[in-house]
Design a protein around this ligand. Structure first.
Ligand code: NAD
Length: 328
């Protein structure tokens, strides 16, 4: 059994704790949160204890520290857990500052502890199948990749203010997907971005709508389309085009029900948001992490991936501000 101490009992913390508790080879021993009430609710739900981080770090019975607390706590917690010799699962992003992210990934590397980052979309069954068939050569050489990611509605302004901006908060997932699916590093980034959905977002200098183009050294192109609004639901699609055809992973709908009548054919909306849409992906990423620990293999997505996605986010921000393509 792999024993977990989980830090953070908020939205994503509730998902991870449930998945740990239900996993046949994992147990949730301790929940840590500055909000004691949130920690208590979660701990009681899963038969765990509310604890302190210092105690958990000193406890040899704890194998893993899972970090699901607010972004500004990640880098410090990664370093503390690494120095205590614990395996680490950390939610994205490692930090909003790339240099800080690099430094904490380096601490984990030097400590020799496994560090997995929560880029959950790699573990979505549809996207994972697309990746597999791409690598198997089903469409031949990849030429164009199109990633569409639109939220159903903008988050509260208080969230946006501390989020690090659209590229570091939202597009970061797409940058990781792009690197993973392209199978080579983008060398050039061009981004155009606007605030079209919420004037409050524009008022604090952030964007809510963006189109990002990535180009690799081999010339492969990737286009990412982001919006903080999609009235029809959470829009998560991927298209990969190559010499032999196209692989496409569409939205996962609320149900397969369709109405067909004289006015047309109407289907259901996509699953509402990330907690529903990526429920299976969160389970699979935990499974992968536990497998990696048990088999002493590096997890598929680690600190270096977190840093590279941040580099692309920084380049996109610079490009959107200057109107020029940025070399990475
Ligand atoms: N991979 C994904 O799909 C995904 C989805 C949502 C959030 N996230 C990431 O997960 C993290 C948490 O997001 P959320 O939406 O669950 O936020 P949240 O605000 O709902 O929960 C964060 C929790 O962390 C606690 N916390 C804050 N500082 C702490 C500290 N120093 N020690 C212990 N606990 C502390 C808060 O009290 C709160 O309960 C963020 O970094 C976010 O980017 C990832």
């Amino acid at each position: 059994m792999v024993s977990f101490c989980q830090i953070g009992a908020g939205r994503i913390g509730q998902i991870h704790s449930g998945n740990i508790a239900r996993h046949p080879r994992a147990q949730l021993k301790t929940v840590v949160d500055v909000d004691t009430r949130a920690a208590t609710i979660l701990a009681e739900r899963h038969g765990a204890a509310v604890g302190k981080l210092e105690t958990a770090l000193a406890d040899p019975a704890i194998d893993v520290v899972l970090i699901a607390s607010s972004t500004d706590t990640h880098a410090d917690l990664v370093e503390r857990a690494a120095r205590a010799g614990k395996a680490i699962f950390c939610e994205k992003p490692l930090d909003l500052d790339r240099k800080r992210a690099e430094a904490c990934a380096e601490v984990a590397r030097k400590a020799g502890v496994p560090l997995m980052l929560g880029f959950n979309r790699r573990f979505d069954p549809n996207f994972a199948k697309l990746h597999k068939q791409l690598r198997e050569g089903r469409i031949g050489r990849l030429e164009t990749l199109i990633i569409t990611s639109r939220d159903p509605a903008p988050p509260p302004l208080d969230y946006v203010k501390v989020s690090g901006g659209l590229f570091r908060d939202m597009t970061i997932h797409d940058f990781d997907m792009a690197r993973w699916l392209l199978g080579e590093e983008p060398t050039e980034v061009f981004a155009a971005a606007s605030a079209l959905v919420d004037s409050g977002i524009g008022g604090i200098g952030d964007f809510d709508t963006a189109v990002v183009t990535l180009k690799t050294a081999a010339g492969t192109l990737c286009q990412i389309s982001n919006s903080r609004r999609a009235t029809y639901g959470y829009d998560q699609r991927i298209e990969a085009l190559g010499a032999l055809g196209m692989l496409r992973a569409g939205n996962v709908l609320e149900s397969t029900l369709e109405f067909a009548g004289g006015t047309g054919v109407v289907g259901e909306k996509p699953l509402h948001f990330f907690l529903e849409r990526y429920a299976a992906a969160y389970r699979h990423e935990l499974d992968h992490f536990i497998d990696a620990l048990e088999n002493k293999r590096a997890p598929m997505v680690g600190g270096e991936d977190g840093v590279r996605a941040l580099k692309l986010a920084e380049a996109a921000l610079e490009s959107a501000r200057t109107g020029k393509a940025v070399a990475v």
